[in-house]
Design a protein around this ligand. Sequence first.
Ligand code: AMP
Ligand code: MG
Length: 406
Amino acid sequence: MRAMISVRDAQSRILAEVDRVAPPEVIPVGAALGRILADDVHAVFDVPPTDNSAVDGYAVRGDDIPPSGVRELTVVADLAAGAVFDGAIGPGEALRIMTGAPMPAGADTVYPQELVERAGGRVRVPAGARGVNVRHRGEDVRAGTVVLPGGRTLRPQELGVAASLGLPQLLVRQKPRVAILSTGDEVAEPGDERKPGQIFDSNRFSLHGLVLAAGGQPTDHGIVPDLYDVLHARLSSAAATADIVLTSGGVSVGDYDLVKAVLQDAGGIDFWQVAMQPGRPLAVGRIGSTHFFGLPGNPVASMLTFHLFVRPALWKMAGRRELFPPTFHAVAMEPMSKKPGRREFKRGIVSYGSAPDGGGRWEVRITGPQGSGILTSMTLANCFVIIEEERGDVALGETVSIEMFS
Ligand code: AMP
Ligand code: MG
């Protein structure tokens, strides 16, 4: 009899097993999208490095701003973009300045060019506020502060901030290597002939995509027939060059003996019944020092168990701080059947709708039949609806938890 455990317990047991973080590597900023920063990045100077103009216009002394009417000032220089003015702005003087140019000494205010009237070497300025249109030194980043924390996933904005600090390269974690295999004599390769009783392999392809999307480096190890020697050889060779080996199929009560026999010889394995729907059977173990996950064969179940159990492990290995995505709440727009005692994951379509009181609210529907073999439910959905263990059937209008796919 195998142990029945909760989703939470399965997650914490798995994470407790992950004790290594991928080694760091230095890569160009331009190649770092989606990677995990290995260490904190500190600013070594202020950004911007000097006070500078926020507009194209005229830099003046605040004392020269007329309280009403206009005042005429002498333009001491016309500064081109990138040029720096060494002198100071005296009383009655103005400097023609471009966006981003350093503020000259003496000036604290910039008039946008469209508010002034230029005539030869003079400019007429109207009444206005002191100190406006100036960006201050260090207002974006202060020297010495942590700008990008280690463990952060690098998005386009993080790449831009790194570049603004003058960094051409970043220290990131190597991508965890994930070997993916399908098991089962009934599974055929897309493109090959499908014999009677066979189905085309979908899991290897959705898992490949899930690994890539999670920032791992997938390698394809094909379909393995239900034969001890072949499975043993293929799992061992996959494990030799991977941090994680993923299989799908062959872990349900009927046919787990083979995976169990191979893994017990190769490093150790635990079979769990997770109190969830879909995707109850799960095998977790080691092949040497490589982590092994035996996911259920049903296509929705293999994707969901990846999402719940493999991705957090992969992220921990990749040095990520956040291991779980946020959950949100939405109003159920239809009744949802639910058995108490297990966590159910339905494929949902969430959208923003109008509430009866005239305000707005997030609303969720399910995609139709929820069988764990119905993979198109995943293509129709944009979120999982999560119905917690203790709950029973959900009535129309009740609040449910959702987790967005992206
Ligand atoms: P199993 O976990 O091996 O008992 O498989 C459960 C169900 O998932 C069966 O209907 C299998 O045909 C199906 N299945 C197993 N592996 C795959 C795969 N790689 N792609 C699509 N369906 C699969
Ligand atoms: Mg099978």
